[in-house]
Structures are given as C-alpha cells and as structure tokens.
Design a protein around this ligand. Structure first.
Ligand SMILES: [Fe+2]
Ligand SMILES: [Fe+2]
Length: 146
C-alpha cells in the first residue's frame, strides 16, 4: 500500500537519468530544493524561510521547464504541447498550494509529499519519453541555451 505521505528525501540515481547531462543536473537541483522542505515539515509554510525555499523552487522549476521545452522544440518532439501542459499544471498547483498555505489548509508535510511524488512521476513517465530523441541531439545542442 502506498503510504499517505512521502517522508524520505529524494535521492537521485541513474534510473532517473534522461540521457541529457544538463537536464539531469536540473533535476538534481530541483530534488535538492524539494529536500530542503523535508527538514522543515513541522514548520508553517508561511514562515520566512519556507517562503524563501518555495520562491527558489518555483523560480528554478520555471527556469528548468523553459530550458527543457526549448530542447524538446529543438529536437522537434511531437508531444511538446502535452508536456508543456504538465509543466503548467505543476506551476498552478504550487501557486494554489501557496494560497492554501496562507489560509492554513495546506501544510508542509502535504506539500513535500506532493512535490516528491510529482518529481519522481514526472521524470519517470513524462521526461523519460524524450530520452531517445534528446539524447541523440548533437552535444552542443544538448547543452541548451545556458
Ligand atoms: Fe518535464
Ligand atoms: Fe524535467
């Protein structure tokens, strides 16, 4: 049975590799931002350190999504639109969660659990679909726009 909440920090391993170093580095950076919440699950999401962590996470996620979408466009990936919707939905959920936190109806434990599951599922089920195509891009294109 799936536990109600994820409580363990994310550890990256090769099974999460999407075959493009830059994207793997981004995913690891996202995981480390999400993991910063793991140590603070008893804290209020409206506390200053939490707001800082969430802000950094949202900014980094947006940066990563943009770069990933650019790479998919470069590779002429057919499912780009569907993938873009997944990214958008993630951003919407984060902003709804911040709103929920401001009303006191969402806590850090729920958020950490949601983010951990999203990170894992999105990489393994969505990002992984572009692996054959993007890993075949020439090296200079795989490095992205910076
Ligand atoms: Fe993605
Ligand atoms: Fe990704």
């Amino acid at each position: 049975m799936t536990p109600r909440y994820e409580t363990h920090p994310i550890t990256w391993n090769e099974s999460f590799s999407v075959g493009v170093d830059l994207m793997d580095q981004h995913h690891q950076q996202l995981a480390s931002l999400i993991n910063r919440l793991a140590e603070r699950t008893s804290e209020d999401l409206n506390s200053e350190p939490m707001v800082d962590i969430l802000g950094a996470l949202v900014r980094y996620a947006e940066y990563h999504f943009r770069q990933e979408e650019e790479l998919m466009a470069t590779a002429n990936y057919q499912e780009l639109e569907t993938h873009r919707q997944e990214h958008l939905q993630f951003c919407e959920i984060i902003s709804e969660t911040c709103y929920g936190a401001s009303l006191g109806i969402v806590g850090a434990r729920e958020l950490f659990s949601y983010l951990t599951r999203w990170w894992r599922n999105h990489i393994l089920h969505e990002d992984m679909k572009y692996k054959p195509l993007l890993s075949a891009l020439p090296e200079h294109l795989r490095r992205g726009a910076a």
